[in-house]
Design a protein. Sequence first.
Length: 226
Amino acid sequence: MPLTTASVFENEFDVCVVGAGPAGLACALDCHDAGLKTLLLEAGGERPVPGDPDVLAAEIAHPAFHDPTSITAAQALGGSTHWWGGRSVPFDPADLAPGRLDRIAADFHRLHERLYGFSSPERPLETIALRVSVRGKRPELRLSRPSAASEDPPRRGSRRAWLPERGESAEVPVLDADAMLPGHRFPGPALVEGANTTVIVPEAYDLTVDASSSFVLHRKGVEETA
């Protein structure tokens, strides 16, 4: 649905949806996808501002179960989704010194005002998570895994599978992906089955397990280059 100008009101529509918040957008898109000529009206612009004064003046019957309307209503394309998500304020090392909580709160509300156009300093802050970045030198990480004693990989049995090259189904080996090690090889066709993966080895390809325990397929007769 394209954005448009006031001249659109000269046309007729099947459906008019008022409010481009989450519910309004979902409703308008469903109507549009159903083939209805749909008009979506939104009072806000691209940048969100706190919602309509009548909404902001609403009395919340159970404050313990509902946030203030100043952070749950917004006029903009997308509506209250602009308020969704966390608000993060970067800390200066001095902010973590004892007795600096008031400074942290003031910085948070100031940044919130700059980003979202309003703040609620009368509301207590709640720390959801703290993230710490650390820089340092660590020993080189070396990953190792035992190599296969032979090229023949362990099998789980066999079952019929469709082979496009032949245009028919046939009995093919089923390899145990969870027990395969670097150095294992097997010619296609085959199936490789594990706890969280299934790999199909076409008839025109061979399978190898590389040093990182990844399954590598290469066309028969073509030397591996990696």
